[in-house]
Design a protein around this ligand. Sequence first.
Ligand SMILES: [Zn+2]
Length: 156
Amino acid sequence: MRECSKCKVLLLTEDFHKHYKKNGGLRPDCKYCVFEYNEKRRPLNRLNEKKWRTNNRYKYLNTKKKYAKNNRGKLNAYAAQRKAGKVRATPEWLSEEQKEEIKQVYIRATFKCWREDMEVDHIVPIRGKNVSGLHVPWNLQLITKTKNRSKGNKYE
Ligand SMILES: [Zn+2]
């Protein structure tokens, strides 16, 4: 038995993470305290990561590029999954004209006249947390890239 330095509860050695060369090879605080600490810090960590990415843009892009090169299969699988989600969300009763309409929305997004880069967005997300929208013309809208990124899979 061993007392956790934080919560002061007597615990088994397996309730402590291994820590190289410290306190007999164990962390002073128990696994549960470590977990709690990490959970609390999570939003902050995410914010710090974002900050780091903007301050180290070149480094970040380089790492991203390297990752893409070494993980092409993974990324392709991800792209295919997204595509499959779209196919599943495309109803069979959609007419040829409506399918054409969808294509037009995507083409319109690539027009050069936009002040900012535009992307096609599903108003009701196709793979949302609580909702599943359809890949149909009336569920599509053009929004700026920045807005699309911040929207994610949320739907309010
Ligand atoms: Zn503890």
